[in-house]
Write a protein that binds this ligand. Sequence first.
Ligand code: CO
Length: 501
Amino acid sequence: MSEKEWGGNPTPLKVMDLTLRDGTQSLFATRMRTEDMIPVAERLDEAGFWAAEVWGGATFDSMSRFLGEDPWERPRTLRKYCKNTPFSMLLRGQNLVGYRNYADDVAKEFVDLSCEAGINVFRTFDALNDYRNFEAVVERIKANGQHFQGTICYSLTERRMGGEVFNLEYYLDKARQLEEMGADSICVKDMAGIIAPYDAYTLIKALKERCKAPIHLHSHYTSGMASMSMLKAAEAGVDIIDCCLAPFALRTSHPAVEPIIVALEGTPRDTGLDLKLMLEMGGELEKIAPKYRDYWMPNKMSPIDTGVLVHQVPGGMISNLVSQLKEAKALHRLPEVYKEVAFTRAELGTPPLVTPTSQIVGVQAVLNVLFGKYKLVTNEVKGLAYGLYGQTPTEVYPEVRKKVLKGYARGQEPITCRPADILEPELEEAKARVKDIPGADKFDVMTAAIYDITGTQFVKIKRGVEPMPAAMKGKSLEDIKEEDAALEECLKQLKAKKAGK
Ligand code: CO
């Protein structure tokens, strides 16, 4: 390939490492502890990644609810070991690190505190790609002099890019909106792992032709296409791609960085990353990986989910559908639910399926199958139809809207304004929640603002008002050795028993 090719971008391909956030979120339900991240963090500066994603997404919820760790401490701790690599977080727009829109006072304060805790790159997304939900946070990201990465959630209605809704023009228009908002870079976020290699090529090439801001591609390995798509994106001139170190890559996570280093070696897009160092860092992860083996997939041979190529339902959503159906003792109806997801999604305005819309559509699809169309309607679906999450890519079907908004407390007529405009300030209420907890500071107030129940509970534990539940303490490598010894003993006895028969 000549230098003119590579999408007119014959510069080294930059890589963001996602091992410590999306990698662990995808593979271990975000249960990785900060102490286990330190051996990798120590070497991140040597590695020379464009940035390392270490925070945001589900980390805040998981750390405060399950791990008994203060989420605010993670970037501070990692920064002690990694002085120069920019730290990135995944910010859910006005949803911050939660599952609903927060009021502007909370949103703004959250960004300020995140900057104080050491976050440099704010990968900001909105489930509906409604960028009015960026306004409050972007103002603060910019005011703090940090990097605003504007994100477009990649979604499809057909097998491949195109059709009436999510076609090339849609994505180019979203990129234009992001540039107008002052995006320092633009990310295509393929959360379900459904961007096909040649669509990645077409999309990235068109974005590179239109945009001044660097273009970044994020894709999950779920369907098995992501490494191919990254390579085609590199050929199309993408500036930055997302990868993980091999132990935390592939499956529902991301492409592994190691093969990509070799694939591009000697080309104008050579990453310049040190393969040997990557292997050493991977070795560190393998050492602690047994602590998280409860999250490994038993009883499944295929590391990829080829079903996604057909039904396009993202991995996290599938596990929710399955558990909801199991609870209703109706797991056999899963194929019907897959079909219903497509209908429900169209009826509710064709939202991209990502937190929180994936849950909203998924739960309603199950209810539609079990009880009949919109006989039971969740509050979240009412909110979505009312406009509380923003403008949906297509109009909510009028007859569905009428049905779900019947008797809705906020009103029957949907709003058209920026959703946060109708929210009352929330920060004072959060302050009141923690005012009797000795030592509670502004970071604790924010934790309680984001999660009124579990967050406030965590602040009590953190400040010693309540004891830490044993379940939060997790397994050590010693525990794993004990488990293994006990397991071996059991197997021995079983074999002896069988031999005796
Ligand atoms: Co992701």
